[in-house]
Design a protein around this ligand. Structure first.
Ligand code: T5A
Ligand code: NA
Length: 213
C-alpha cells in the first residue's frame, strides 16, 4: 500500500443530547494542543453556513421542514465541509468532531416517517472516522442536566429511540464510555484514550477511509 505523509486523526464524539460531548470536545482539543499535538474542534451541525442556518432554525422550531428534507440538509452540511476536512487532516491536524453522520442516522431514524437504511444512504462515502467515542448516559440522567428540552429533539421517548439507533450503528471502531461521572474524571479518561490513539500513529500512514463502503 502506498504510504502518505503523516496526517491528522479523525475523531468523533457521539451520544444522546446533554451527554457532555461539547464540554469534552473542548477540553480534549485544549489538552492535545497543550501537549503539542495540532488539533481542531469541529461540530455538526455547523450552524455558521447557509445550510447550517436552516438546520439551526429547524432545531430551534423557527421553521418546519419535511423530515426527509431536513435529514438531507444535515447530511449536506457535512458534505459541504468535506474538502476542508480532508485538507486539514492532510496538513497533519487532528480533528475532534462534536457529532457526525451517526447523529444523522440515530436522530432521523427515530422519526416514524424515516427508515434506518434510507437515513444512512446520504452519508455513505463521507470521510470515515478513525475513532468514535460514544458518551453513554441514561435518558433520565441527561434530562436532569441544564437547559434540557430547549431544542426540538430533547424529549425522553425520542432520546430512547435515538439510543437504540446508536446501538445498531456501533462496530469495532467505537468505544463506549460511561458518561455518568464528573467532567474532569471523564476528561482524564477520554484524554488518555485519544492521546494513546494519536501517538500510536496507526492512522498516520493510512489514507482516510470512506464511511459505510
Ligand atoms: N442532529 C445532529 C440531527 O438530528 N442530525 C444530525 O445529522 C446532527 C449532526 C443539535 C441537535 O441536532 C441533532 C442532534 C441534536 O438534537 P447539537 O448542536 O450538537 O445538536 O446539540 P447541543 O444542544 O449543542 O448539545 P447536546 O444537547 O447534545 O449536549 P452535549 O454537547 O452532549 O452536552 P454539553 O457538553 O453541552 O453539556 C450539557 C450540560 O451538562 C453539563 C454542562 O455543563 C451543560 O450544562 N455537563 C455535565 N454535568 C454533569 N456531569 C458531566 N460530566 C457533565 N458534562 C456536561
Ligand atoms: Na453539544
Amino acid at each position: 500500500m502506498s504510504r502518505i505523509a503523516r496526517r491528522g486523526a479523525l475523531i468523533v464524539l457521539e451520544g444522546c443530547d446533554r451527554s457532555g460531548k461539547t464540554t469534552q470536545c473542548r477540553k480534549l482539543v485544549d489538552a492535545l494542543n497543550t501537549d503539542g499535538i495540532p488539533a481542531q474542534l469541529w461540530r455538526f451541525p455547523e450552524r455558521d453556513t447557509a445550510i447550517g442556518q436552516v438546520v439551526s432554525d429547524y432545531l430551534e422550531r423557527k421553521c418546519e421542514l419535511d423530515d426527509h428534507a431536513v435529514h438531507l440538509l444535515f447530511s449536506a452540511n457535512r458534505w459541504e465541509l468535506v474538502p476542508k476536512m480532508l485538507e486539514t487532516l492532510k496538513n497533519g491536524t487532528t480533528l475532534v468532531i462534536d457529532r457526525y453522520a451517526f447523529s444523522g442516522v440515530a436522530f432521523s431514524a427515530a422519526k416514524e416517517s424515516l427508515d434506518f437504511e434510507w437515513c444512512k444512504k446520504s452519508d455513505v462515502g463521507l470521510p470515515r472516522p478513525d475513532l468514535i467515542l460514544y458518551l453513554n448516559l441514561g435518558v433520565e440522567a441527561a434530562a436532569q442536566r441544564s437547559e434540557y428540552g430547549g431544542e426540538r429533539y430533547e424529549q425522553k421517548p425520542f432520546q430512547k429511540r435515538v439510543a437504540e439507533n446508536y446501538a445498531a450503528l456501533m462496530d469495532d471502531d467505537w468505544k463506549v464510555i460511561d458518561a455518568a461521572k464528573g467532567i474532569n474524571e471523564l476528561h482524564d479518561e477520554l484524554k488518555s484514550i485519544v492521546k494513546n490513539f494519536v501517538l500510536k500513529g496507526d492512522v498516520h500512514g493510512e489514507p482516510v477511509g470512506k464511511l459505510w463502503t
